[in-house]
Design a protein around this ligand. Structure first.
Ligand code: CA
Ligand code: CA
Length: 254
């Protein structure tokens, strides 16, 4: 190994401290209760079914009008939020119609870190003007927000978004999938909305997103030189157990 790579690896060790992963807990102190809404409007009649909650759990609602329906389910856990959307429309409506499932997740970020959103809705039918998926986050502490939206004239709308939670901040995540038309809407659609909290990749010591030989050399240098970064089991001493513990995570990758 060249001396320069040893020095660079040692510098990388000194500059990199693995962060804890993001965690969230339901919280209604800023934005009120979380909610899922199934809604259906056939031009004559509007039906909306809500489920309000302030806890992790499974929630399902279905709205029905004129033989059409809009259903939404949510499974919210400490690791993720997973939603499913299902719409069925039979062409009996007149004029402007829409069918959607909406979710409001209100929570506090206990620990900060990265999350990923994947939203998609696939409509197979006729009479539609738009197929939409929409995601917005609002930070009640910094008062910042961002909206990501995809709209297509037919077929499948989808979006992916990556964001970062700040520890201690209160958030509202709002997302929905919708099909709307202005005459003779008919068909069916299915979709999903997933929010995943990314566990940190601890073995990626230089933080470049991949686990490879460079990370291993970085660890090896820290271990050989007694750098506390190599105290992988955090017991205050650096020995063979730390080497084996790191080796396991390094072999597992991310
Ligand atoms: Ca790496
Ligand atoms: Ca140790």
């Amino acid at each position: 190994m060249k001396m320069s790579s040893v020095v660079m690896a040692a510098m990388a060790v000194g500059a990199t401290v693995a962060a804890a992963g993001p965690t969230w807990t339901p919280d209604n102190s800023v934005f009120g209760n979380s909610n899922i809404i199934a809604a259906a409007y056939d031009g004559f009649v509007y039906d909306q079914k809500d489920a309000f909650f302030n806890a992790f759990g499974d929630y399902t609602r279905t709205a029905n009008v004129g033989g059409g329906s809009s259903a939404q389910s949510l499974r919210w856990s400490p690791d993720a939020a997973e939603s499913d959307f299902a719409v069925s429309v039979n062409g009996n409506g007149v004029g402007y119609e829409y069918y959607h499932g909406r979710t409001y997740l209100n929570f506090v970020a206990v620990e900060g870190g990265e999350y990923e959103v994947n939203l998609s809705f696939d409509w197979q039918g006729s009479g539609q003007d738009s197929v939409v998926v929409h995601f917005r986050w609002f930070d009640g502490d910094s008062r910042q927000s961002e909206t990501v939206r995809r709209e297509v004239p037919s077929g499948r709308a989808s979006l992916t978004y990556t964001g970062t939670l700040v520890a201690g901040h209160h958030y509202e995540f709002y997302y929905y999938a919708e099909v709307a038309g202005s005459g003779g809407l008919s068909g069916s659609g299915t979709g999903s909305g997933d929010i995943t909290l990314h566990a940190p990749c601890l073995a990626d010591l230089n933080g470049d997103g991949v686990v490879n030989t460079q990370d291993f050399l970085t660890f090896l240098n820290a271990w050989a030189s007694g750098n506390l970064v190599a105290d992988w089991d955090r017991n205050g001493t650096i020995n063979t157990l730390d080497f084996l513990a790191y080796l396991n995570e390094w072999a597992a990758g991310c």
